[in-house]
Design a protein around this ligand. Structure first.
Ligand code: ADP
Ligand code: MG
Length: 402
């Protein structure tokens, strides 16, 4: 782990001052950037136009590129792709005058690690630049994000999230984040009574760091850490995409596997979780309504530009003797392979009712064995992910691999 004061493994010879290239910002934004970064960054007086940006970047090899999304956002996306290909260690930061979830997700997909609204979030900009120089997260130390998303309510997103996390936890640091802002069943399914929840984290987001985050987690006997939803729905402020992004960035620095139970909602939290996921597990049951809704989600994910290679279709509650819909039928209708199947099993219902893991109810049950096999899908995914680190959206967002 790198500590502040040691030279950054950057492509710049400057150690304590970030070499920052600002692209496409107008004079007002440029002034705000200069004021925010002060002596922390070396940067020119005026922003570089998009057309010259690659040439300047190749010459200066900046630690950080700050690109404006106010007008030429398509250019900002194009430049990110080029920088990722040619200067993969460069941290990409998007700035804009106003928040815009669609534009923000597009930025994330292109490889920007932050989308910062100026002047409101200038402190975030300062932090991002600071961390780019004093980044103490070794490349292979950051986590894989696994987003679990249900085709509709009740297909087993929460059940699979917690049991998957528990399978991964003996050898890895694993957490589950309950991202279902209307149901919030993770704590109950693990029989936990957390004193802190997601609500406190979002309330104190500006102060969030790894230490604070650790203090908010409830710890299950399986060693899985859990950030739960509050018990009541009284204070249900749903977080913005930026807030979710900030949370996930911090979480990914602390855990090797981050499992996000997104329930079945189509909201900013779920779409942001889908955008940053290394693996998106789309859970469906083998019945017409669920499969139809899985199809709708696949269409949406495609529209959002999320590659099929990151999506795994998971079939839960499969009655292998008398399936409602056959696997080939489902695959044909959805145009993608079923990558894991989990049996319908009373042990699952009992586990959920008792707030236990399936393996603690009956390790030899069919559903426990299926979950073990399903976990293999993820751990193989890790090898795959390492090999493809430079192509992984998540890798660039959280500065993995490069
Ligand atoms: N493989 C399974 N076999 C039998 N019942 C299951 C299985 N998976 C989930 N269930 C049941 O389905 C219910 C809904 O699961 P849950 O994980 O809460 O769904 P979601 O989070 O998608 O709304 C659970 O209460 C559990 O009893
Ligand atoms: Mg649920």
């Amino acid at each position: 782990m790198r500590t502040p004061g040691t030279p950054a493994p950057s492509n710049s010879s400057v150690t304590h001052t970030a070499n920052v290239l600002v692209i496409g910002a107008d004079a007002l934004s440029m002034g705000q950037i200069r004021e925010t970064l002060g002596t922390e960054a070396a940067l020119s007086n005026t922003a570089t136009p998009f057309d010259d940006a690659m040439m300047v970047a190749r010459k200066n090899r900046p630690n950080v590129v700050i690109a404006s999304f106010d007008t030429e956002h398509e250019e900002a996306i194009r430049i990110a792709q080029q920088i990722r290909a040619e200067l993969p260690k460069t941290v990409l930061v998007a700035i804009a005058r106003r928040t815009d979830p669609d534009r923000m997700r597009a930025a994330m997909r292109a490889g920007y690690s932050e989308f910062i609204v100026l002047p409101e979030d200038s402190e975030l900009l300062r932090q991002a630049v600071h961390e780019a120089v004093f980044n103490d997260t070794p490349d292979d130390d950051a986590g894989q994000v696994i987003t679990v998303w249900g085709a509709k309510g009740g297909v087993g997103s929460t059940f699979l999230s917690v049991n998957l996390a528990a399978e991964l936890s003996p050898v890895q640091r694993v957490c589950v984040l309950d991202m279902d802002f209307s149901m919030g069943d993770v704590a109950a399914m693990l029989d936990l009574e957390p004193s802190n929840t997601m609500a406190e984290v979002f309330k104190n987001l500006s102060r969030l760091d790894e230490r604070m985050l650790n203090g908010q987690m409830a710890i299950h006997t399986s060693r899985v850490h859990v950030l739960a939803q509050p018990k009541t729905l009284e204070h249900r402020d749903e977080p913005s995409s930026d807030a979710v992004m900030k949370l996930l960035t911090t979480v990914a620095k602390s855990y090797q596997y981050v499992v996000l139970d997104c329930g079945s909602r189509v909201d900013d939290a779920a779409l942001t979780a889908a955008t940053v996921a290394d693996r998106l597990l789309l859970v469906t049951t083998p019945d017409v309504l669920s499969v139809k809704n899985a199809w709708r989600r696949l269409q949406l994910l495609e529209r959002l530009g999320i590659e099929r290679s990151r999506i795994s279709l998971v079939l839960n509650r499969v009655d292998r003797k008398a399936p409602l819909l056959s696997v080939p039928d489902i695959e044909q209708n959805l145009g993608c392979r079923v990558e894991a199947q989990i049996s319908e099993d009373r042990v699952a219902m009992k586990a959920v009712n008792d707030g236990k893991l399936v393996r603690d109810v009956d390790r030899r049950s069919q559903v426990a064995r299926d979950i073990e096999a399903f976990t293999g899908l993820i751990t193989n995914g890790e090898v795959l992910h390492d090999k493809k680190a430079s192509n992984s959206i998540f890798a660039s967002i959280f500065k993995l691999g490069g």
